[in-house]
Ligand binder design. Structure first.
Ligand code: FES
Length: 156
């Protein structure tokens, strides 16, 4: 869903709604499988995770561990350490600061998750600074319990 408007963190640039803000519980996270079209016109996967913090901030990261370049939530689908103080890669246990994405423990210590610019606008979590074309088939991704959705993104 294109918002095509400015917002508090996305001044004068086009933004696109990813999901309703209340679709993610506080101290929760949700994965989205997006597709981005690169400069050569090739479509490539752009998986992201949106995290809602205890303080009610929304943070986005590319869902790709710096260690093996694979998604974090293998198996259980869980993104957090057992005490929910850190994001955690389920493959080899790397732990990441929630606020910064910096790995503080594990095989990629000192590396960081790639941030994705987000803003909450009119009750929706929105991607900022990208042009996105949606496939309407995935416009209601939460109706069937599927926690992922597919969106095509074109660079500016
Ligand atoms: S792939 Fe994430 S810790 Fe190894």
């Amino acid at each position: 869903m294109s918002k095509g408007m400015s917002g508090p963190m996305c001044d004068q640039i086009e933004v696109f709604a990813v999901c309703p803000a209340d679709a993610i519980e506080r101290c929760g996270a949700k994965a989205f499988s997006l597709s981005q079209v690169d400069d050569s016109g090739e479509s490539r996967p752009f998986p992201i995770v949106v995290v809602r913090t205890f303080g009610d901030d929304y943070l986005g990261y590319v869902n790709r561990c710096p260690h093996d370049s694979l998604w974090l939530n293998i198996g259980s689908g869980e993104f957090f350490s057992s005490d929910r103080s850190f994001l955690r890669c389920a493959r080899h246990g790397a732990r990441f600061e929630i606020d910064t994405g910096l790995c503080i423990d594990g095989p990629c210590t000192g590396q960081a998750l790639e941030p994705v610019a987000l803003a909450v606008i009119e009750g929706d979590v929105c991607l900022c600074g990208i042009k996105l074309l949606e496939d309407d088939r995935f416009s209601e991704p939460f109706e069937d319990g599927d926690e992922t959705m597919d969106i095509t993104i074109h660079p500016d």
